[in-house]
Structures are given as C-alpha cells and as structure tokens.
Design a protein around this ligand. Structure first.
Ligand SMILES: [Ca+2]
Ligand SMILES: [Ca+2]
Length: 116
C-alpha cells in the first residue's frame, strides 16, 4: 500500500498557500509586504510538498476508505474546512499542486536551456 504521506504534504502546502492569500486579502483587500507573515507556513511546507511528488499518482490510485477518511479529517481539522466542501477542496488542491509542479519543471527546462 502506498499510503498518503506525499498526498497529504502537497495538499497541506497548497492549502497553506491559498489560506495565506485569503487571509492577506481578508484584512484589507490587498496583498502587501505586511502580509508576508501569512505565507510563512506555506514556505515551510513547500520543500516537503515537492519532495516525493511523483509518488502521489500511485498514492491517489491506491486510496483506501480509511486513507480518504484520514485525509478528509486531517484537512477539516487543520484548515477548518466544512465537511461538505472538504473533498472538493482536496481534489482541487491536488490539481493546483500538479499544475504548479509541471509549470516549475517546464520553467527549469527553459532556464537550463538558456545557460547552455
Ligand atoms: Ca513530499
Ligand atoms: Ca492584506
């Protein structure tokens, strides 16, 4: 069984980041330097999120009922998301995570082509 470690870490990072944006906009409708503090947990969870990201499709393809439950309960508790929205938010967080990762990989390729 693949477990859910990597999936959990990616979902955590995306939610941390999105929460950072939401909180930053919430206090005055704009994101300024004083909001940097709201992104500290996203920055902290980022290395773990991208490390081992290639394991996630295996983990997601192999989810047991208990693992789904664990993930759902974790996100509900950690991020205060209501039960009727939590699965939707997890799925979208994964989608965003992969999109960001693909984007970064392509960007790295562009940069490395410029150097050589
Ligand atoms: Ca990871
Ligand atoms: Ca703000």
């Amino acid at each position: 069984m693949a477990g859910i470690k990597e999936t959990k870490e990616l979902v955590t990072c995306i939610l941390d980041f999105m929460e950072g944006i939401a909180v930053s906009l919430d206090n005055d409708g704009e994101i300024t330097w004083t909001d940097a503090i709201n992104f500290v947990s996203a920055l902290k969870s980022m290395p773990r999120a991208f490390d081992g990201i290639s394991e996630i499709p295996t983990e997601v393809g192999d989810l047991t009922e208990n693992e789904v439950k664990e993930l759902v309960e974790y996100v509900m508790e950690e991020f205060d998301i209501p039960q009727d929205q939590v699965e939707n938010m997890i799925e979208r967080a994964l989608g965003i995570g992969f999109a960001v990762y693909d984007y970064v990989v392509d960007l790295q390729n562009i940069f490395s082509q410029e150097v050589t």
